[in-house]
Structure formats: C-alpha cells, structure tokens
Design a protein around this ligand. Structure first.
Ligand SMILES: Cc1cc2nc3c(=O)[nH]c(=O)nc-3n(C[C@H](O)[C@H](O)[C@H](O)COP(=O)(O)OP(=O)(O)OC[C@H]3O[C@@H](n4cnc5c(N)ncnc54)[C@H](O)[C@@H]3O)c2cc1C
Length: 406
C-alpha cells in the first residue's frame, strides 16, 4: 500500500489562478496546501489589485459551476466597439446577435479575490501558508517535497502533486529548471479608471492606436476600467504626469464618443510580455496560469484562458483523487495537457497576432486589418465565429464551460 504524503496537492501561489484551482478542488475532502508570498487581503496583494478584468462567458460558466458567480459583483458587457485610430476599420459586436444576455462581464481583480478568499476561508481541508515563499522543490519517485520559508522558519511539505501558480516570474518554475520563451513587446499597460460624461450603456471599447491598444471596460457607478498601452520608453512620462494632463492624453487617444473624461483614478503599470513555459507538466508537477503562459492584455484573454485550464485540470484530478489514484502520475497529467494545448495555442496565437498586426503602420498592414475589420462588421457569419472564440466557447472545452458539473 502507498504511504500518503501530507497533502494531495500543494499549490504555490494563491493568486487568481491558484485560488480558483483550490476552490474547484475543495468540493471534495482532498488535502490541499497553498503557499502564498503576500498576505491575502493586504492592499499590495499583486493578483488582487484594482485592475478591471473582462470575463468571458466561459469564465462566467466556470465560476457559476464552482458556486462563486452569484457572489461576485459584475457589470455586463452587452456591446463591444473595436476601432483602429486614424483609420477606417471598426467592428461592432452585440449580445443580441447570439441571443445571450451579455458578451462577457467585468469584475475588478480585488472583487474576484474577495470572493475566492471567502470560499477558501470557509473550507477546512485547505491549509494556507501565508506569507510564505518556496525555497526548493524536490521531485522524488513517491512524492514531491516543497521547502517553504514561513517567517524565516523552514518547513518541508510533501504532496503527490505540486502546482506552480506563482505568476509570470514563477520562482517554483525556476527552481524546477523549467525555461521559458519570452516575447517582449516593448509596451507597458497603464491601468486606471475614469468616469466619462455620458453613460456607458454596458459598452466596452477597444481602440487600437500607434503605441498599442486602449481598452475601456464598463464598471458599476458608470465608471470605466482603463487599460492604456504605451511604449515602455514613454511609460515613466505618463506615470509622472499630473491627473489633468494625463486625462487630456487619454481623451485625445480615445476621442469624444463618451464626452469628457472626469475623476481619473490612481495609475498602476505592468510591463507587457508574452511568456510561455517550455514544459507544463512533469512527474508530480503542473505549471499553471501566468506561470505557464502570460499574454498581452490586448484581447482580455489571459485569465479566461487560465480559468479554462483550471477547469480542465480539476476535471482530471477530482475523479482520480476520489478513486485514491496517485495524481502526480505523468500519464494523468499528460491527459490534462493534451486536452488543453489546442486552446492555449489558439489564444496565444490570436493575442500575438493582435499585438503585431495592430502595432504596425505599414500601408499594406493597415489596409489588411481595416478591411478585415469591416468584413467582420458586415458579415454576421464571421462575427458569430469571432464572438464564439472571444467568449471561449469553441472546440472541445472542459465540462464546466459546457455547464456540466465537475
Ligand atoms: C493590465 C492587465 C489587464 C488584464 N486584463 C485581463 C482581462 O481583462 N481579462 C483576462 O482574462 N485577463 C486579464 N489579464 C490577465 C490576468 O491578470 C492574468 O491572467 C492573471 O493575473 C493570472 O493569474 P495568476 O494567478 O496565474 O498570476 P498572478 O495574478 O500573478 O498571481 C500569482 C500569485 O503568486 C504569488 N507568488 C509569487 N511568487 C511567489 C512565491 N515565490 N511563493 C509563493 N507565492 C508567490 C503572488 O503573490 C500572487 O498572489 C490582465 C493582465 C494585465 C497585466
């Protein structure tokens, strides 16, 4: 008989992805440990900041399946307007086209964090080591050992499986010697929020400009979450501007469609890179979330893709754990990866194509993308297919996306 390690699963990183996976696994009496570096409810928790997140219908279904959706305060996106600044192309998307109430929803990362952490607090079978960091990860035939540092005290945790969900600069990925491919876009996203003069009418905007995309996502109280992408060499300049000057820059970039922008919020910046881990599974290891793939925020797909990975992984782990199988076995983890790779590749290619095609003023590229936008706007068949992809409702998706229980 197999001797059992301390935990079934250790999740390194209790951010959006690690906490979502724990929420999916805690429905059964599995023994789960989370190792998180930053105090969960503190203002400087990097995963749960004031960023607005556009959640696709696939994410809404997954969170509903986990019993979390009703607890979230969200704003629906019923219309999307995509345009190319100074050029003729645009695309308008409407929820009615697909006979659905919304194309997606906006929540703040902080709100999502509140709901996820409330769920974890209510669960007895999760041990939360926080603030704690990982000093070493050893993979042995019978178990994985994670050496954690808790307030200067070192402790060894043993489990069948280690999930590295500690973000883009994952320390656990590095400790395992897993290398990454990096594409630096030379861009920085400046995130803030603003109240426009006119009501938002549940409309999101994505405006492609010479220095990168500008996204406005509707929030409650008629506010908009703003993702303003600039060349990294100019980012310091934009961050140091006073509010009045910055609001004017934003206004010039967006135009007057929503009237005057007022009440600008605090600004925070994120360097933009595409990062993909060269390995996502090993014996007793899964690399998950931003640690596995970090995307350009242009298509608002990063967390949506990660959440479909979480649903796909939970779908494999829960039955195996229920049957007392060893969830660290490579064959099992390969099944997860095989099921998820097509979606991952598709979304990464789409995000990279958006970043390169729209960041290019060569006349033939401008013509191709603007003609493509107009065709998409005019032809319902292209529009519907585009929408299904953006909502994560294409191909074979995990059962929670198909609204089936885990
Ligand atoms: C500007 C911007 C806008 C975005 N907008 C959208 C959007 O609209 N829609 C969408 O789907 N996605 C969006 N994303 C992507 C989304 O934010 C990410 O996909 C998501 O944050 C990934 O979550 P994660 O848990 O993998 O990583 P993170 O959120 O980075 O969390 C990692 C966690 O690990 C912890 N940690 C780090 N190191 C250690 C360590 N050594 N030991 C223990 N713990 C550690 C951190 O404290 C953190 O809690 C956006 C991203 C950006 C930058």
């Amino acid at each position: 008989m197999r001797s059992l390690p301390d935990y079934d699963v250790i999740i390194v990183g209790g951010g959006m992805v690690g906490a979502s996976l724990a929420s999916a696994l805690c429905v059964e009496q599995f023994r789960i440990a989370i190792v998180e570096a930053v105090s969960s409810r503190s203002d400087n928790q990097p995963s749960y900041d004031d960023r607005g997140l556009a959640l696709s219908l696939s994410s809404q279904r997954i969170l509903a399946g986990l019993g979390l959706w009703d607890k979230l305060c969200s704003t629906p996106i019923r219309h999307v307007h995509v345009s190319d600044r100074k050029h003729f192309g645009f695309v308008r998307l409407h929820a009615e086209m697909l006979h659905i109430p919304a194309l997606g929803y906006v929540v703040t990362a902080r709100e999502l964090g509140r709901v996820l952490l409330d769920r974890l607090d209510m669960t007895d079978n999760i041990e939360f080591f926080c603030p704690a960091t990982v000093d070493a990860v050893w993979i042995e035939p019978a178990c994985a050992k994670v050496i954690v540092n808790i307030d200067g005290v070192t402790r060894t945790l043993k489990s069948q499986l280690v999930i590295a969900a500690d973000g883009t600069h994952s320390r656990s990925r590095e400790l395992l010697g897993i290398t990454v491919q990096i594409k630096d876009y030379g861009q920085t996203a400046i995130v803030t929020n603003v109240t426009p003069e006119k009501p938002h009418c549940d409309t999101a905007y994505e405006r492609f400009t010479e220095s990168g995309p500008l996204a406005l996502l509707p929030l409650s109280d008629q506010r908009y979450a703003v993702v303003f992408t600039v060349n990294t060499c100019d980012a310091g300049h934009y961050l140091q501007m006073d509010d009045y000057t910055f609001t004017n820059c934003l206004q010039r970039r967006f135009g007057r469609r929503l009237g005057r922008f007022q009440h600008i919020g605090a600004r925070k910046s994120y360097p933009i890179k595409m990062i993909s881990a060269r390995e996502q599974v090993r014996d007793r290891v899964v690399i998950l979330g931003n640690s596995a793939h970090t995307l350009h925020p242009n298509g608002a797909q990063g967390f949506n893709l990660c959440l479909r990975d979480v649903a796909g992984l939970a779908e494999i782990l829960i039955p195996a754990l229920s049957e007392n199988k060893d969830v660290g076995e490579r064959e099992l983890l390969n099944i997860y990866l095989a099921a998820r790779q097509k979606d991952q590749r598709h979304v990464m290619r789409f995000s990279h194509a958006l970043a390169t095609l729209f960041y290019n003023e060569l006349p033939h590229k401008v013509l191709v993308r603007n003609t493509g936008m107009l065709l998409t706007d005019m032809l319902p068949i292209i529009k519907r297919s585009f929408l299904r992809q953006a909502m994560g409702l294409y191909g074979r998706q995990p059962s929670l996306v198909r609204s089936l229980a885990l």
